[in-house]
Design a protein around this ligand. Structure first.
Ligand code: PMP
Length: 438
């Protein structure tokens, strides 16, 4: 494959990117192994973000690479509409086991966005199947990110993502976000303040009546808007209120699933059981696109009581793609064989200390950590939101470390296989970047 600069970069319309800026000053990656990328000039770049939160086991894990190679030579494609192949079923059983048998079933998609839209549709169809067809309202949260499908965009709470696309889905409300730096700055783990914000759901129930509400969807830890960690007890309270009112609770674990908090899922970390759970990214270690919706048994079973025929008219050509299933099975094996979760747990304390060592650095207004995630909030340049952090991103890349920014927040989420030396390198370089930031 081409390891040098492409002859032309004009035709690829890049996603979520300032195309004009990028093409004037491109950052091109050509290979990856373990904790490092290599750029087109042969420089090593430490991966502080696990790609896009999606490579928990590190890059080029030999087991996953060979599973993909083997499957693509054996069964390159198989439909899962009215057909099947063994790996799709084997993976489903293994995912149930990985999730501690808290769910009964799994539905495959190809991305996080598709998983979110699938879960929302399941919630609507579930209530209909049970004769509660008036339950159609969906509730998301401000500053939530649930992908770019029309469902996910509608329940998502990021103004910038929504503003160009018209009215979106009707019948959607948003709970307030939980981020409050006046009360909760410099936290380790869950902040103390804000549990009561879950009670805003009661306000929406009073307004619309529970009989009209289908589901609440939240990210246990909001990633894309800058690592917003739920206040202590907030998610438990949300669970209680959903149960009380017959509303389904959906956790969007696209970034928190597969070990990000050193537990199988964030649901385990917070000890809260959602009815539906969306995942993607780490499911295949990012190697092949795949998403999945985990469903409690009672949700699935409500569909199975319908008259004979197709129970859920929904699916994708590539649902349960054999190569993606092979990658996911191999990923689960790597999790087990290399004790990925135990290692992440071991690294947590050192990680947390390293993040908080940046306190007092220029422009830093907050540092927050949970699991192997960090949010570093910077003071914005007046009238130029996001410009300072994006400057840090560019400087960091030039210094050999990949970070991610959203607004003026740096979000870190390294592969879970990192060692102390990588943490030292990452924060050493970040400290230099922050020191020399204009
Ligand atoms: N939900 C959450 C919580 C996410 O973080 C993302 C992606 N960052 C998505 C959904 C969408 O996933 P994808 O980009 O695979 O469609």
């Amino acid at each position: 494959m081409n390891q040098s600069r492409p002859a032309s970069m004009s035709s690829f319309w890049m996603p979520f990117t300032n195309n004009r800026d990028f093409k004037a000053n491109p950052r091109l990656l050509v290979s990856a192994e373990g904790m490092y990328y290599k750029d087109v000039d042969g420089n090593s770049v430490l991966d502080g973000t696990a790609g896009l939160w999606c490579v928990p086991c590190g890059h080029a894990q030999p087991k996953i690479v060979s599973a993909v190679r083997e499957m693509v030579g054996q069964l390159d494609f198989a439909p899962t509409f009215q057909m099947g192949h063994p790996a799709a079923f084997d993976l489903a059983e293994q995912l149930m086991e990985y999730a501690g048998h808290k769910f009964g079933h799994v539905f495959y998609t190809n991305s996080g966005s598709e998983a979110v839209d699938t879960a929302l549709k399941m919630a609507l169809a579930y209530h209909r199947a049970r004769g509660e067809g008036t339950r159609t309202r969906l509730i998301g949260r401000e500053r939530g990110y649930h992908g770019v499908g029309f469902g996910g965009l509608s329940v998502g709470g990021i103004g910038g993502n929504r503003k160009s696309f018209g009215p979106l889905l009707p019948g959607v409300d948003h709970l307030p976000h939980t981020h409050d730096l006046d009360k909760n700055a410099y936290t380790r783990g869950e902040p103390e303040y804000g549990t009561h914000l879950a009670d805003e759901l009661e306000r929406l129930v009073t307004l619309h009546d529970a009989s009209n509400i289908a589901a609440v969807i939240v990210e246990p830890v909001a990633g894309s808007t800058g690592v917003l960690i739920p206040p202590k007890g907030y998610l438990k309270r949300l669970r209680e209120l959903c149960t009380k009112h017959g509303i389904l609770l959906i956790f969007d674990e696209v970034i928190t699933g597969f070990g990000r908090l050193a537990t199988p899922f964030a649901a385990d970390y917070f000890d809260v059981e959602p009815d539906l759970m969306t995942t993607a990214k780490g499911l295949t270690n990012g190697v092949i696109p795949m998403g999945a919706v985990f469903s409690k048994k009672h949700i699935h079973d409500a569909f199975m009581e319908a008259p004979a025929g197709i129970e859920l008219f929904h699916g994708y050509t590539y649902s349960g793609h054999p190569v993606a299933c092979a990658a996911a099975i191999a990923t689960l094996e790597v999790f087990k064989e290399q004790n990925i979760l135990a290692h992440a747990q071991e690294m947590q304390g050192y990680w947390e200390d390293a993040v908080h060592s940046l306190k007092g650095m220029p422009y830093v207004t907050d540092l927050r950590t949970i699991g192997l995630i960090a949010g570093i909030e910077l003071e914005s340049i007046p009238g130029k939101p996001g410009v300072r952090a994006f400057g840090a991103f560019k400087k960091a890349f030039a210094d050999g470390v990949l970070i991610r920014t959203t607004g003026d927040i740096i979000a870190l989420s390294p592969p879970l296989v990192l060692e102390k030396k990588h943490i030292d390198e990452l924060f050493g370089k970040l400290a230099t970047v922050l020191t020399h930031l204009d």
